[in-house]
Design a binder for this molecule. Structure first.
Ligand code: GLN
Length: 488
């Protein structure tokens, strides 16, 4: 049952020498062998490399290194296939990277290693993080461990499913418009999108650079606070990284919410919201009130434009970022008679349909004659969306909403209709446009089938501590996060 522990529980056992890092990793590897044929969370994992790291952690534990010095010493943590891990494959679930091997560690990977974690595995995702269901992976569709006929969410579907199926104690993903919070909600785990600039993006393959942030998936809020603390901090190698001290997120976890003011966004209670999701969120709001928080309505008047604004800015940035995959510098190459033919053939064969759609859209909105009408206007609306949030945060400490309009949908249900798929992120996208932080945690289940429902908490810029305090207090007072998926 070792694989079912939270990170914090595992750390206690490791510290007490009741178990070893090798046993903890072996529990993950055994669980992968048992269930990943059904879940497909992992694209690959290098067991030998991970076991060597675990043995090194065990030697450090034996030599007396404590978890005060290295908070994740001996804890296995797995990575989305968009993060560089030196010596390991890096594909972004795309064919275009071929047999590319990372030449260096992403800053978050160095930070995990410095904290003593055993870093392993390549987790499935939508190709280049474009999608909401993990069906856009070029390799395999990850399945939701609560019901394998359903999607796990996306784009970090593998990262969410691995935690929900207890194949890893925690994982990292990336969130450009909801790709951590949405799959966390649909798989019943905790997922955090930190404030833009809180976590270094060095070594994260860029999708939309002004929106992307890396964050953790965990089984509890305490674990999320721990992991966020480990990966946060200033990094001179990312020019958008914030030079701000990292608080001790664990120190702020309290059992009550007295004095906190929470906002409900009028615009978020929209049509299309599943009644079971609406009821679960309403019950969660009542629980937060019981815990001492006061609730008031706030308004985010420009949020109706968030999805449209996002799909202009994100595709524009993606079209520029993905220009580097040209068959010359990285990965796969399809030869051609001249450079243009080589580019066209390589990109034609290497990218999937959704990535091509985004590159075409992004190139269009940036092209002369359309730039002012689309891209520039979207940037202006983005500013209005950010101002809405800053205005609301003058009145409240955090904003509460559903994470997603529905629970996990069936594999194939939305693949023919990209616009329906894009609406999966209706509640998560504004947070990225505003550059603020957000967290999703379990707040109930649908009745039949029994599927997790996520509660989203949106915080002020650098307001992660408040998110953790609210989520932790809620978790202490509710049973949801303790339930395990049938595949666990
Ligand atoms: N689903 C959104 C998209 O496809 C968000 C993806 C993400 O956050 N990486 O762009």
């Amino acid at each position: 049952m070792l694989h079912r522990l939270t990170v914090s529980e595992l750390v206690q056992r490791l510290a007490a020498r009741e178990t070893s890092a090798r046993e903890a990793l072996q529990a993950c590897l055994d669980q992968i062998a048992r269930v990943d044929g059904q879940v497909h969370a992992f694209l690959s994992h290098d067991a030998a490399d991970a076991l060597a790291q675990a043995d090194a952690a065990d030697r450090e534990l034996a030599a007396g290194t404590t978890h005060a010095a290295k908070p994740l010493l001996g804890v296995p943590v797995a990575l989305k296939d968009v993060l560089s891990h030196r010596g390991q494959p890096l594909n972004c679930a795309s064919r275009i990277l071929g047999n590319f091997i990372s030449p260096y560690d992403a800053t978050v990977v160095s930070k995990l290693k410095d904290a003593g974690a055993v870093v392993f595995g390549r987790l499935n995702m939508d190709e280049f993080a474009m999608g909401s269901s993990t069906e856009n992976s070029a390799f395999v569709t990850t399945r939701n461990p609560w019901d394998t006929s359903r999607i796990p969410g996306g784009s970090s579907g593998g990262s969410a499913a691995a935690v929900a199926a207890h194949e890893a104690f925690a994982t990292l993903g990336s969130d450009t418009g909801g790709s951590i919070r949405q799959p966390a909600a649909l798989c019943g785990c905790v997922g955090v999108k930190p404030t833009y600039g809180r976590v270094s993006r060095y070594g994260l393959v860029a999708f939309a650079s002004s929106l992307d942030q890396i964050g953790p998936f965990t089984k509890s809020t305490r674990d999320a606070a721990l992991l966020t603390g480990v990966i946060s901090g200033h990094d001179p190698r990312d020019s958008t990284s914030l030079d701000q001290p990292v608080p001790d997120y664990l120190a702020d976890l309290k059992p009550d919410l007295r004095g906190l003011r929470l906002g409900l966004a009028r615009e978020f209670m929209v049509g299309g919201l599943d009644p079971e999701v609406r009821d679960a969120v309403a019950a969660a709001v009542a629980k937060l009130q019981e815990l001492g928080a006061s609730i008031e309505e706030v308004s985010l008047p420009h949020s109706e434009h968030a999805v449209a604004t996002y799909y202009i800015i994100a595709t524009a940035e993606a079209s520029a970022n993905l220009a580097r995959f040209d068959g010359i510098r990285y990965g796969a190459r399809v030869p051609g008679a001249d450079p243009n033919e080589l580019y066209e053939r390589t990109r034609g064969a290497g990218f999937g349909a959704e990535v091509k759609r985004r590159i075409i859209l992004g190139t269009y909105v940036l092209s002369s004659g359309y730039y002012d009408a689309y891209y520039l206007r979207a940037q202006k609306v983005r500013t209005l969306i950010r101002r809405d949030f800053l205005e609301a945060f003058k009145k409240v400490d955090a904003i509460i909403s559903p994470t997603t309009p529905t629970a996990a949908f069936k594999v194939g249900e939305k693949t023919q209709d990209p616009l329906q798929m894009y609406l999966s992120d209706i509640f998560t996208i504004s947070c990225n446009l505003a550059g603020t932080c957000g967290l999703s945690l379990p707040c109930g289940f649908t009745r039949s089938p029994r599927l997790p429902i996520g509660l989203q908490i949106l915080g002020q810029p650098l307001g992660e501590s408040t998110l953790f305090r609210i989520a932790h207090a809620y978790e202490q007072a509710t049973p949801w996060h303790r339930e395990s998926s049938p595949l666990a």
